[in-house]
Design a protein around this ligand. Structure first.
Ligand SMILES: Nc1nc2c(ncn2[C@@H]2O[C@H](COP(=O)(O)OP(=O)(O)OP(=O)(O)O)[C@@H](O)[C@H]2O)c(=O)[nH]1
Ligand SMILES: [Zn+2]
Length: 352
């Protein structure tokens, strides 16, 4: 028997399940997503599940279940089942589906914290952090910056300067596989029942870090061997695992480009830490682009705002606008098609 509270099951989810017409069937959490199959961890064990037709048709692909989702399923035998319903999602980690301008792709659902892993050798990039943080804000997922390979040579002052506008409320961890205290500190930040996602490009040491964090003796080891976990995570599937001592960990395949699917351009002001200038622009709805009396542009001219940060602001602002406009456009198109269908129906019923 699995105790699903270790997998993040809560009273709130139980209340939501009670509203489903399938409330008498068992529930579980998706631990692995294959193309059309899902591995679901339930009280009675692991089930390999498929979707019922009503879960597939008439839905946007971003509404299909994903790793981390809680589902209600009909067991077929002791190992297989059919997914009948998905409980309402919260705290979903999305990205822009590559090759599209307005489609969201779910990376993981019910995520409390997202660990953005970058290595201090040559992978560290504040612009990429800003992008992730903006995306996470929309779903109220806590971003956590993890800078790996801190045993290698790097310019700490440079890194800290680049992070200055980011680090207000966002925790930053420097880790090295050769310094077990740094791993333990990160481990202690993950609490029981909490779901954490790890993202990062290939080669930053994410697998090494995850393996070290998941080791039974992570709290005791003095020396964590570098050879653990090398070349293990080569597949592209996502995996949800329980950590010894509590916490649920979801690994994601190396993501290089992360397109934002954010609708709220204002939250960018917080990501870039422009909030200190709030209310200081001449126009209330100032977008800080070319308006007269803009406090941000003035601060930029005085050298109080890093030009790189401001440039990044402009770029992300454009992306958010682009995404929002494409979504609205799509919605409008959808509506006019629905209207057309209605018209045809009305007209044809006249001749019946
Ligand atoms: N110096 C140093 N090297 C590390 C550290 N962590 C990982 N590495 C090395 O970095 C390389 C990449 O580590 P992986 O854990 O395979 O990287 P990954 O991010 O999982 O990459 P993929 O498996 O391609 O997704 C390996 O050669 C590790 O031994 C660290 O803290 N310090
Ligand atoms: Zn302004």
């Amino acid at each position: 028997m699995n105790n699903l509270s270790y997998y993040g099951w809560t009273e709130t989810l139980l209340r939501q399940k009670a509203k489903s017409i399938f409330k008498d069937l068992p529930h579980g959490r998706i631990s692995v997503t294959h193309k059309t199959r899902y591995e679901v961890v339930a009280e009675e064990g692991y089930f390999s599940c498929e979707l019922t037709g009503n879960m597939l048709y008439g839905r946007d692909p971003s509404e299909y279940p994903s790793t981390g989702d809680w589902v209600i399923f009909q067991p077929i035998d002791t190992e297989e089942g059919l997914i009948m319903d998905v409980l309402p999602r919260q705290k979903t980690l999305f990205r822009l589906k590559s090759g599209t301008i307005s489609e969201r792709q779910v990376i993981a659902a019910h995520v409390d914290k997202a660990f953005i892993v970058q290595s201090l050798d040559d992978n560290f990039n504040a612009r990429r952090l800003e992008r992730f943080i903006l995306q996470l804000r929309e779903e109220e997922i806590l971003p956590v910056v993890v800078l790996t390979k801190s045993d290698l040579e790097f310019n700490r002052t440079e890194v800290e300067t680049a992070l200055r506008h980011i680090t207000g409320e966002i925790p930053v961890y420097y880790t090295s596989i050769h310094d077990s205290d740094s791993i333990v500190a990160l481990r202690e930040f993950i609490q029981s029942g909490e779901t954490v996602v790890f993202t990062g490009s290939s080669g930053v040491g994410k697998s090494t870090l995850i393996n070290a964090l998941c080791r039974k003796d992570v709290f005791k080891t003095a020396n964590i061997s570098t050879s653990t976990g090398k070349g293990r995570h080569t597949s592209t599937r996502r995996e949800l695992v329980i950590m010894e001592g509590g916490g649920i960990l979801i690994d994601t395949p190396g993501i290089k480009v992360f397109g934002v699917t954010n609708n709220d351009a204002d939250s960018l002001n917080d990501v870039m830490d422009f909030s200190q200038f709030e209310g200081k622009c001449r126009f209330k709805d100032c977008q800080h682009i070319h308006e007269d009396g803009c406090a941000i542009i003035e601060a930029l001219e005085r050298g109080e705002i890093d030009p790189g940060v401001y440039e990044s602001y402009l770029k992300l602002r454009k992306e958010v606008w682009h995404f929002t406009a494409s979504v609205q456009e799509k919605r409008k198109r959808g509506k006019s098609i629905a209207r057309m269908v209605e018209e045809v129906k009305k007209r044809s019923s006249k001749y019946k």
